[in-house]
Design a protein around this ligand. Structure first.
Ligand SMILES: Cc1ncc(C[n+]2csc(CCOP(=O)(O)OP(=O)(O)O)c2C)c(N)n1
Ligand SMILES: [Mg+2]
Length: 579
């Protein structure tokens, strides 16, 4: 179908000159009615026309080169907007390509709906070998919050309402929606079609914590000598930024942001304990978790990282079963982050005693010491660059341009950038999330630019970039203000490993001296090869000034990284050392 036909169909359905509508239009109308105006996907049978018609109807449809990247875009769009991000794929292989992102969204509590076309039920269920045959619904169920299939045009309204509500309510997550090919062509009376649509009212109702639970939390907090607040990406998702800041400041408690919560309060805030992480986790006697979970990223709340000092945990989470998942929670606060913080603030009253000065001074001293120790390393202008020299340049860029959204993935590139680059505003740092997954880079950068209209700086390990690198064409095609910086150290963690047993390269190394900037030039974007921190800084500033798609190949010393970045301890030990 041509665009002209699509436009004609659209006019017909909305003007009511014909009294019929169909599955295509009802899907589009259901999305629009619910304020969903962006789709990320890859076209093909049976959803090509759906994409065209959605575009003709004013929905922004971004076509990617691979569904996984469209899925990561949808997932992060959900995080940024509190509306479910939509990923649209074809059946079996396209669906499977989108599934990693759906599982990622669920794990990270991002609202997302994977909408996949599927083949004929009658043939799929009898396993008669249909085109792209697969029981997608059964497979998706294991990996998301909810999964639905719509068989009849008159159920499209309800089907989308259920998907939207499932994605957003309670703890947000991924939802799968299966749309068999036959659904799209089903015709029904236009008026009945309109009436069948459902506008989801209050999709994420406030969940107010019980007053007794609020009081209990404050009682525990009042007894604390060395309190700590940990902010997680759930706190960033909540968009309760002013209340969170007011609460943290009124409490006077040092706070530690998890990586995607950085910027809720600026990393340069006097109470920020980001640079004193080891000290605060070890020595705190009270920990208030706000939208953060005690998973592996926080060493499960126990063990060496947390030291011997006995601790009491208070946890704010919308999911009751999160409580006691790893350690005892002395005061669970079950509710949405915004409501819980508002309740705490109200119950604190006008008079509140801030923590003992010996604690806050000790945290501040450690932080200042660590920042001072790091400073000279960030100022070097070495060539080849090391991670710190390159990151020092980028830290300055973000300081001067706090509106830039930072996307970040890799191992050393991730772990070091997280520590070095200060973030000043909420939801301005997007990264690998709970799984530490490689491949979110270009999808996240595209969605961040599309959803916020802000400039984006994607800082990518060379391996990490490879997972979604083809989407630089997408960035160029949509002329997005994205600057990609590749920390090119010739490999995974490092570029110097050698295979002792033959001519094949070692498993962790790539082509030496590769020029990723040439990839961007192939699609009309700007490519730059930077060999010093000064060059890097100049190139990033030029890219952000121009707003043009840019890729900077930052040549990093191949020997500079360490195995697995900061989490090398998670590698299983090789017990049988070779003699
Ligand atoms: C989907 C996925 N596959 C594999 C990994 C394992 N992994 C972790 S980091 C990484 C790449 C690290 O190399 P690079 O991005 O170049 O960062 P560097 O440490 O060199 O800066 C890989 C492959 C992963 N986290 N996710
Ligand atoms: Mg690398």
């Amino acid at each position: 179908m041509t665009q002209a036909t699509a436009r004609k169909l659209e006019t017909t359905a909305t003007s009511g000159t014909e009294n019929l509508t169909d599955g295509f239009h009802l899907v589009i109308d259901a999305l629009k009615l619910n304020g969903i105006n962006t789709i990320y996907g890859v076209p093909g049978i049976p959803i090509t026309d759906l994409g065209r018609m959605a575009q003709a109807a004013g929905i922004r449809v971004l076509s990617f080169r691979h569904e996984q990247n469209a899925g990561y875009a949808a997932a992060i769009a959900g995080f940024l907007t509190k509306k479910p991000g939509i990923c649209l794929t074809v059946s079996a292989p396209g669906f499977l390509n989108g599934l990693t992102a759906l599982a990622h969204a669920t794990t990270n509590c991002f609202p997302m709906i994977l909408v996949s076309g599927s083949s004929e039920r009658e043939i799929v269920d009898l396993q008669q070998g249909d085109y792209e045959e697969m029981d997608q619904l059964a497979i998706a169920k294991l990996l998301c919050k909810a999964a639905f299939r719509i068989l009849h045009a008159q159920d499209i309204g309800i089907g989308f309402a259920r998907a939207i509500r499932a994605a957003l309510s309670g703890r947000p997550g991924g939802v799968y929606l299966d749309l068999p090919a036959k659904l799209f062509g089903q015709v029904m009376d236009a008026d009945a079609g309109r009436k069948s649509l459902v506008k989801v009212i209050d999709a994420a109702p406030a969940q107010i914590p019980a007053p007794a639970a609020v009081q209990r939390a404050l009682d525990v907090l009042k007894a604390a000598k060395r309190p700590l607040i940990i902010l997680g990406k759930g706190a960033a998702y909540a968009q309760a930024d002013d209340a969170i800041r007011a609460f943290v400041e009124k409490s006077g408690i040092p706070f530690l942001p998890m990586s995607m919560a950085k910027g809720l309060l600026p990393d340069t805030h006097p109470q920020c304990a980001g640079a004193a992480r080891s000290l605060v986790l070890k020595d705190a006697d009270f920990v208030l978790m706000i939208g953060a979970r005690l998973n592996w990223l926080l060493s499960h709340g126990k063990g060496k990282t947390w030291g011997d000092a006995p601790k009491k945990f208070v946890q704010i989470d919308i999911e009751p079963r999160e409580m006691d998942s790893n350690v005892e929670i002395a005061a669970p606060l079950v509710g949405d982050v915004g409501s819980c913080i508002a309740a705490l603030l109200a119950a604190m009253g006008g008079q509140w005693n801030t923590p003992p000065a010996d604690w806050t001074n000790a945290v501040k001293a450690k932080r200042d010491e660590n920042v001072a120790k790091m400073a000279p390393r960030l100022m070097n202008n070495n060539s080849p660059m090391d991670f710190h020299g390159a990151l020092g340049a980028l830290k300055t860029v973000i300081k001067e341009r706090p509106e830039v959204i930072l996307v970040n993935e890799g191992a050393n590139t991730l772990d070091l950038a997280r520590g070095v680059i200060d973030i000043y505003k909420p939801r301005q740092r997007l990264d690998v999330g709970t799984w530490g997954v490689m491949g979110i880079g270009m999808g996240s950068a595209i969605a961040a630019a599309v959803e916020t209209g802000k400039p984006v700086l994607a800082v990518e390990g060379d391996s990490a970039f490879g997972f979604s690198g083809m989407e630089v064409e997408t960035i160029c095609r949509y002329k997005l203000p994205v600057c990609v910086v590749i920390f090119n150290n010739d490999g995974i963690y490092r570029g110097i490993d050698v295979n002792p047993a033959g001519p094949d390269p070692a498993t962790t190394v790539f082509v030496k001296g590769a020029r990723y900037d040439k990839m961007m030039e192939a699609f009309g974007g700007i490519g730059v090869n930077a060999t010093t921190p000064d060059e890097l800084k100049r190139a990033v500033n030029a890219a952000l000034d121009s707003g043009r798609p840019t890729l900077i190949n930052a040549a990093i010393d191949p020997a500079a990284g360490s195995e697995s970045g900061r989490i090398g301890n998670l590698n299983p030990q090789n017990a049988l050392k070779k003699k």
